[in-house]
Structure formats: C-alpha cells, structure tokens
Design a protein around this ligand. Structure first.
Ligand SMILES: NC(=O)c1ccc[n+]([C@@H]2O[C@H](COP(=O)([O-])OP(=O)(O)OC[C@H]3O[C@@H](n4cnc5c(N)ncnc54)[C@H](OP(=O)(O)O)[C@@H]3O)[C@@H](O)[C@H]2O)c1
Length: 180
C-alpha cells in the first residue's frame, strides 16, 4: 500500500525532502513519547514509503522507537548532544549538517518528526505525506499549528477503512510544494 509515491517521484534523479507523519482530526501526533493509536496498516504505509531512502528524526522520536534504527533505510538522528551515541545511525547536530549530508548523496530524505523537527524543516520540504486518523485522542504533542499548507498543493488522497486490526479509518494526503 503506497499512496502518491509516484506523484512525489523520489528516485535517484529526483531526490526530494518529504515530511511524513500521522495526525488525528485535531492535529495530535504524540502522547507520552508514543503514537496515540495502533494502526498496523498505517505503519506499513510508512515502511513502504520510506524503504530504501533516508529518514530523519529528532532525538526524542528516535528514543520513542526504542533507540533502534529502522532496517533498509539510512537513519539520521538530530541532537544537540555532541556525545550522543547509537548504533547504525548517522548522528547530526544541526540543520545545516543535515542539508549538507543530503546534498552529497542520492537518496530522498523523509523528515519523520516529531513536532520540533517538522517545524525546523518546514521551509525545506518539497512534499508532504500526511495521514489523518479519523479519531480524537489524548496526548501532548501536536503537528505545528502554524504550518503553512497553502505553500503546497494536494496531488493525491487515499482512504483506508478500519478493519479488525486497524480500529480507525485513516486517509493519506500527498502534497507537492507549489513552485514560487
Ligand atoms: N504521529 C507521528 O507521525 C509522529 C511522528 C514522529 C514523532 N511523533 C511523536 O512526537 C513526539 C516527539 O516530538 P517532539 O517534538 O517532542 O520531539 P522530537 O522532534 O522528536 O525531538 C526533539 C529533539 O530533537 C533535537 N533537536 C531539535 N531541534 C534541533 C536542532 N535545531 N538542532 C539539533 N537538534 C535538535 C533535540 O534533541 P536533544 O534534546 O538530544 O538535543 C530535541 O530535544 C513523540 O510523542 C512521538 O511519538 C509522532
């Protein structure tokens, strides 16, 4: 299940920086350093979308996933801690370092959150892969409320219905940045 991937066209010649996340109806993305829901089909979509590419997460998100690199992808973690260590990840310390890493290689870079990292890279995103989960949850971390979606155009959407393993409907929206 991959949605809108063709539209974003992230092959070696057309690498892009893409924000990818899931939010609830009110923009909630996290609760106590975890996802507020359990939706295996949405995780499968994340895996298929990012496989073979590079993913960037903030140190808190990385630790929320058990401080483990996701297989089949270049995992980059952003932290201000110069002594930070983790296995099988590229550890970078500021936005400029990330952009310089991105320039010298051929993979697309998925910005995978959390909120601090989406805010930091908003101006660099070529595309967005946004899941809206059809529910309202309790939590403590929201996608940036002032994110400017007007700078992007919607190019694809797909609705997934709840089933026995996935208790909520969710819809995946793919956007491309409008050219200036
Ligand atoms: N629903 C989703 O799709 C989704 C996706 C991702 C995350 N989440 C959720 O979001 C929550 C975490 O988000 P968050 O905003 O609290 O944290 P975060 O963005 O994951 O990580 C924040 C950390 O990133 C590092 N950082 C931030 N800006 C930096 C900069 N300019 N230079 C260097 N390092 C920088 C800092 O690490 P140091 O403190 O080590 O310096 C900072 O504490 C969790 O609940 C997680 O489950 C949800």
């Amino acid at each position: 299940m991959v949605t809108g991937r063709e539209a974003l066209c992230y092959n070696m010649k057309m690498k892009k920086i893409i924000g990818i996340w899931a939010e609830d109806r009110k923009g909630l993305i996290g609760s106590n350093n975890k996802l507020p829901w359990h939706l295996p089909a949405e995780l499968k979509h994340f895996k298929e979308s990012t496989m073979g590419q590079a993913i960037l997460s903030g140190r808190k998100t990385f630790e929320s996933m058990g401080k483990r690199a996701l297989p089949g992808r270049v995992n980059i973690v952003l932290t201000r801690d110069r002594d930070y260590q983790a296995e099988n990840v590229v550890i970078l310390h500021d936005k400029a370092e990330v952009l310089s890493w991105y320039k010298q290689q051929d993979k697309s870079l998925f910005i995978t959150g959390g909120a601090e990292i989406f805010r930091l890279f908003e101006d660099k995103l070529d595309g967005l892969v946004r899941t809206i989960v059809d529910g309202e949850f309790k939590g403590d971390t929201w996608f940036p409320v002032d994110f400017d979606f007007d700078k992007f155009s919607l190019v694809d959407s797909s609705l997934f219905h709840a089933d026995e393993k996935n208790p909520y409907d969710f819809e995946i929206f793919t956007y491309q940045r409008l050219s200036n």
